[in-house]
Ligand binder design. Sequence first.
Ligand code: HEM
Length: 499
Amino acid sequence: MDFQASSWLQSMHTMFCVSFFSFAILFSFFSLLIYLLRVKPWCSCKNCQAYVTSSWSKDFDNLCDWYTHLLRKSPTGTIHIHVLGNTITANPENVEYILKTRFDNYPKGKQFSVLLGDLLGQGIFAVDGESWKFQRKMASLELGSFSIRSYALDLVTSEIQCRLIPLLSSFAGNNMVLDLQDTFLRFSFDNICKFSFGLDPGCLKLSYPISNFAVAFDTASNLLAERARAVLPIIWKFKRMLNLGSEKKLKEAIKIVRALAEEMIQQRRKMGFTNKNDLLSRFMGSINDDKYLLDIVVSFLLAGRDTVASGLTSFFSLLSRNPQVELAIREEADQIMKPNQDIASFEELRDMHYLNASVYESLRLYPPVQFDSKFCQQDDVLPDGTFVRKGTRVTYHPYAMGRMDSIWGSDCLEFKPERWLKHGKFVPQNPYKYPVFQAGLRVCLGKELALMEMKSVALALVRRFNIRVSDPNQDPLSAPGLTASFRGGLPVVVHERSV
Ligand code: HEM
């Protein structure tokens, strides 16, 4: 190449770089301007100042408890954090309005897919409209079928009998401390991988190290939650553009998750999928696009892993502090199951009203998804009179709702399964008072599976072991993340029961 041509190329390259950066700066400037018009990051009201300076943390262990305190004091059950452009509500009428009545005005929105799209792509959690309808229809056909439910029960049974019980037995009686949270994360990760991909990562095998996949999944989930808490999203967007700090770490974690999920899809393609029961095989029957399949499957992993583990961890934490509930679960099970039977059938589970009530009650106090946000499309007014500006976030808060006197009465902080029973039979509550599985048009598709999994584990362990938190004086502290978890896990001591 002669000198003239090479200097021409060089100046083109410089021009391209300059235009690219000018465009990026202009684009960021306009996004910031639009953001500032909708949100008030300079707001100096008491709540916003407490948020920005984190002064709330002097009195509360975590953000959810602080929001709960504010929501309990609010006459409407709704508050604003202006610096986040976030209207937070614990008012059941507002929740019904957002999730059902004006569903179209409160989608996940572009903002949500900007937040989580790097991990979830076009998966069901991140999209609205036709793509969501298509995935929801397919997934509900699959998840609602009897064959997949019994396939799921077989998987859960095998994981409980072959791994969970032997693991707990190996800890029983020697006063060794077991982290129950970590155990349930491994348990539900094995289950959801078998269920989604038909492949077994074997995380719960005795002394097996947790897989790269699971570690990367945790990192991605925590860093994505950090994005959602940012007062100035422009900062993480810049960091992402320049691949710096937490965004660099996030990118690496997402790369690992997606690469491993992709490998699993390839492996399943080679194995063939026509006679298989797992979700991936079922989706592969109607979707050819591997990227789309990957997005769908990653959403299911996120949906099914941390939520179930979180629900089980808090259930056992509550049980350890409420032995009268444990006793009542055993008494009910003894009436329905045989003495050495570990796993209940669907029919037996259905007849255990007290067990069902205990699981619902535990999820009320410790919902795995503590809050969930939508983005308002057009200016609107909620049933309690709250004005919501177009483009801002609206959050319903199951954690706070479980702790409102106005919804559950003055004993709302107590763990009382009896509140769900009438003449010994389980009576469900209005789902907009209890949106633990969301409610309305986007209600959780895995609810029945999750309840079956939680009840099966609860029964098998409660009947065989006495499980007690190792330090009863230490209340568990919640850790930030997309799904609720305890800081430092849940250390327990296990004893085999002599029946
Ligand atoms: C205790 C366990 C669980 C809880 C508390 C729970 C809760 C929720 C919540 C709050 C949502 C709405 C989230 C959002 O829109 O951002 C949701 C959606 C969803 N869940 Fe669950 N979930 C649980 C277990 C599961 C399991 C085991 C599966 C799958 C096997 C599952 C599949 C889904 C799917 C596919 C959606 C998306 C529904 C849609 O957007 O139309 N969930 N779940």
